[in-house]
Structure formats: structure tokens, C-alpha cells
Design a protein around this ligand. Structure first.
Ligand code: GRF
Length: 213
């Protein structure tokens, strides 16, 4: 950790929750390892038992746990939600990073970590919320796409925006090439948002996230 990045603050204690391949989780691990982010990933949770995100975490010696979210299919609620909260609290998580978590989080988790849950969405919100937003952007005929890191609130992809990064949509783009180009930016955006939080630079004012210089 470089002195410049770490300052005198203790590392931000981050927990990552994801359902899939975990490339965003990897970008955060890499930023920490490179001394570019004053944080520690205290645990990784997945609702998918064989998700690659868990393997990535274990490779880096990070506690990684499958926690079932059954019986629900699209949300984290009820007893499962309580299990997630208990695991996160036991690991001393300060900030929760949703990285490809394919469920809607409900009020129990939101109340346990107020203004402390982040999500990354592969579009420039408020355009194209919901699923496969890179495909939505392409089908719409938009000329610019991108990604958004935002705080999670009770809506879907509606919370205050922390960081956005844009990419052009090219003439010969397919959903796959566009998504890949967006993901390159995601891997910059998530560490950047966490850097701001770790440095104590963000303040939420209604819908606006104020960023100190
Ligand atoms: C990303 O495109 C993210 O924007 C969306 O889900 C995908 C997760 O990718 N929410 P990964 O698992 O981090 O590789």
C-alpha cells in the first residue's frame, strides 16, 4: 500500500456479493494488490454454489462462502437475507459491493448497511435499467453506452450515482463486443468509487453524491 493512497485511514473493509464470474471482484482485488486502493476484502459471498467469483476469492486467501438464497428466485429476503447479514457483520464489513449479484436486495440488508451498499450497472443510468442493458442500448440505437456505480436503494438500479464511465457504440458492435468494452470500464469504475469512499470523499445529499476534491 503506498503512503499516498493509504493516508492515515485504516483500510476500508469491503464485502463482495456476486452470482457469476467475478471479473469486477477481481478488479478490486487487483487494485488493492497494486496499492491503488486502501481497502481489504473481508469476505465474498455467492448465491450460486459453483460461481467462479468464489474460486477467485479463495485463490487470494479471501473467505468465500456460498449462502443459499432459496426459496426465492430473484430476491434476497427472509431467512436467507438474515444469513447474509449475519455473515457480513461477523466479518466486519463496512461496505457491501454487489458485483453481478442477480437478485434484488430488500429492506433488511439495506437497513443493516444504510448508504453502504454499492452496485455496478452496465449502462449510463437512468438509461437502460434492468437486464442485459448493453443489448438494450444496442437495440435502441444509442451511440454511447457505459457503466454506473451507484448506491443501492429500494428501487431497481435507481440509487444515487457515484461514478459513470462512457464507451462509444461502434458500427460493427454485437451485444458481446459492446458488453466486453463496457466491462473494461467497469473494472476502472468500481475501484475508483471505492477509492472515493475509502478516502472519505463522498457525501450523499438527496439524489446527489457530492465528491470532495
Ligand atoms: C457486470 O456487467 C455488471 O455490470 C453486472 O453484472 C456483470 C457482472 O460481471 N451487474 P462480473 O461477474 O463482475 O464479471
Amino acid at each position: 500500500m503506498s503512503t499516498k493512497e493509504s493516508g492515515s485511514r485504516p483500510p476500508l473493509r469491503v464485502a463482495v456479493i456476486g452470482s457469476g464470474k467475478g471479473s469486477n471482484c477481481q478488479s478490486i482485488i487487483d487494485a488493492i494488490d497494486a496499492g491503488k486502493l486502501n481497502a481489504k476484502i473481508v469476505c465474498v459471498i455467492s448465491d450460486v454454489e459453483n460461481a467462479f467469483i468464489l474460486e477467485r476469492a479463495r485463490k487470494h486467501g479471501i473467505p468465500a462462502q456460498f449462502i443459499s438464497a432459496a426459496p426465492f428466485k430473484t430476491k434476497l429476503d427472509g431467512e436467507a437475507e438474515q444469513n447474509y447479514i449475519a455473515f457480513l457483520k461477523n466479518h466486519g464489513a463496512e461496505v457491501i459491493v454487489l458485483a453481478g449479484f442477480m437478485r434484488i436486495v430488500k429492506k433488511g440488508l439495506l437497513a443493516a448497511f444504510p448508504d453502504r451498499i454499492l452496485n455496478i450497472h452496465p449502462a449510463l443510468l437512468p438509461a437502460f435499467p434492468g437486464m442485459e442493458s448493453w443489448k438494450q442500448a444496442l437495440d435502441y440505437g444509442a451511440k454511447v453506452a457505459g457503466c454506473t456505480v451507484h448506491l443501492v436503494d429500494a428501487g431497481t438500479d435507481t440509487g444515487p450515482v457515484i461514478v459513470q464511465r462512457a464507451v462509444p457504440i461502434l458500427e460493427d458492435d454485437t451485444p458481446e463486443t459492446l458488453h466486453a468494452r463496457i466491462q473494461v470500464e467497469e473494472h476502472q469504475a468500481y475501484p475508483e468509487a471505492l477509492r472515493l469512499i475509502a478516502a472519505g470523499k463522498i457525501r450523499v445529499e438527496g439524489r446527489r453524491v457530492r465528491i470532495a476534491p
